[in-house]
Ligand binder design. Structure first.
Ligand code: AMP
Length: 444
């Protein structure tokens, strides 16, 4: 994407070419009002839980300097090599639409001197993420993530806290049939020797490796372990395990994480093939996977420790740990389990009118109802009463207020209870108070 004038011209010409059926870009979805209840439920649960755990919300820009992601996620990763939406802005600066949430937050931590705050700094986000992936169910080019980051402490109790938060969130939104997979991939002290072991193991089987794994063997050996191709499975299963090649510091840390998870009553399965797709992880990595589909690229969420990332971005050495959960996948999951969306926030009132004077009064009364916190929808145009009541029904209004010019002159309005079809004339000055109460009573 380059916003040069030729780019603008090309698209201006395309746009001018008559009838074209516009669709949401491939891999993106519209979240229509009928779906919003699920998303609000998920977001409200995330915000409520985070508050309880002491995590505060942070929002970072949708796009960042492209170098931020190349530097942190890693040049040899799928995300940076194939999936980013990168474009030159009008001043020629390379920008990337956020392909993950952690690097921007670490950038913000350094930029705003958050090391001066009490550590660890606990942050959470709800953000759109952009990756040019092959779209399929649960895999989109724009999706939303709920994530949390605890920056500034290396205590394994903090890893357990973050895993606990992710797990309790899944439980609180009502997701079942999931399990935590856990691994430790060591640090810059112990990983080089482990990677050498891994390369040695794989080098003995080069002839049967898939073409991608042959590249990984040279460029990113850790990723060999999560290859999904059948031909590579046996080799990955018999590969040396990172958790058995940890230095004393990482080994002790991993013991600590497992111990604190037991204290918290959180069940987990160790998975020596879990490595995660980004370069910045150290020590703990974890994923929350649907049971029975482990390793099928169907994770609900995942995360881990990234003790070198803040320093990589110019900050002081600062250990940190976090996770991200895909909101669309959570919504898909709870829907498959048959959960109903959150109900709409209250009953609707439809304001119908007949005649010019009544229409003006209906406009005024609608505004008054709205100011009083009532969901009020006015009738528009000049339709018959029957047509207006049909619309009130179609909108699912609990009540309709009906006024003609006579009612306006008498200072009254007809209150109709849509369910029962009963109606009653009430003084207009009383109607707001009546509708404000959850239980609308008819005048005696
Ligand atoms: P990742 O940073 O790749 O581990 O992503 C964290 C979570 O975001 C995953 O576990 C998924 O739930 C979700 N996710 C990642 N990529 C996509 C995508 N392309 N479409 C929908 N959800 C995704």
């Amino acid at each position: 994407m380059t916003f040069t004038s030729s780019f603008a011209l090309r698209y201006a010409r395309l746009a001018g070419r008559g009838a074209y059926v516009y669709k949401a870009p491939r891999g993106t979805t519209d979240i229509l009002p009928a779906e919003q209840g699920y998303y609000r439920h998920v977001e409200a649960t995330a915000a409520r839980l985070c508050q309880r755990y002491g995590y505060e919300r942070i929002d970072t820009p949708v796009f960042e300097d492209a170098r931020l992601f190349v530097r942190t996620i890693g040049e040899g990763t799928d995300i940076v090599e194939k999936e980013t939406y990168t474009f030159d802005d009008r001043s020629g600066q390379a920008m990337t639409l956020r392909p993950e949430g952690t690097a921007p937050i670490c950038r913000a931590y350094v930029e705003h001197g958050m090391h001066n705050l009490p550590q660890p700094v606990r942050l959470f986000y709800l953000a759109s993420i952009f990756r040019y992936e092959r779209p399929q169910k649960g895999r989109y080019r724009q999706h939303q993530q709920f994530g949390a980051e605890a920056i500034g402490d290396g205590d394994p109790a903090l890893d357990a806290e973050v895993i606990d938060l992710a797990w309790r969130f899944c439980a609180a939104v009502g997701l079942t049939g999931i399990a935590i997979q856990l691994n430790s991939i060591g640090c810059k002290v112990c990983r080089p020797a482990y990677l050498a072991e891994l390369q040695k193991h794989y080098s003995a089987h080069v002839d049967v490796l898939c073409p991608d794994c042959r590249v990984r063997l040279q460029k990113n050996p850790l990723r060999l372990l999560d290859c999904k191709k059948p031909s590579c499975q046996d080799i990955a299963e018999s590969a040396p395990r990172s958790s058995e090649h940890l230095c004393p510091e990482c080994g002790g840390h991993f013991d600590g994480v497992r111990e604190y998870l037991r204290v918290l009553g959180i069940a987990f399965e160790e998975n020596h093939r879990l490595v995660r797709g980004l370069d910045y992880y150290t020590k703990t990595v974890f994923e929350i996977q649907p049971r029975g589909r482990e390793g099928a690229q169907s994770a609900v969420g995942g995360g881990g420790r990234y003790d070198d990332l803040i320093q990589e971005l110019g900050g002081k050495p600062t250990p940190a740990v976090g996770f991200a959960i895909g909101i669309e996948r959570v919504v898909l999951g709870v829907k498959q389990q048959g959960m109903a969306p959150l109900a709409s926030p209250g009953e609707k009132v439809f304001v119908a009118s007949l005649g010019d004077e009544a229409k003006a009064e209906a406009v005024r009364l609608t505004a008054e109802l709205r100011r009083a916190g009532v969901i009020a929808i006015p009738s528009l145009g000049n339709r018959s009463l029957k047509a207006q009541l049909r619309q009130a029904n179609a909108l699912g209004a609990a009540h309709a207020l009906i006024m003609g010019d006579d009612e306006v002159r008498a200072g009254r309005v007809v209150l109709r209870h849509m369910d029962r079809g009963e109606q009653e004339s009430v003084p207009v000055q009383d109607v707001v108070g009546m509708l404000r109460s959850p239980d609308v009573r008819f005048e005696q």
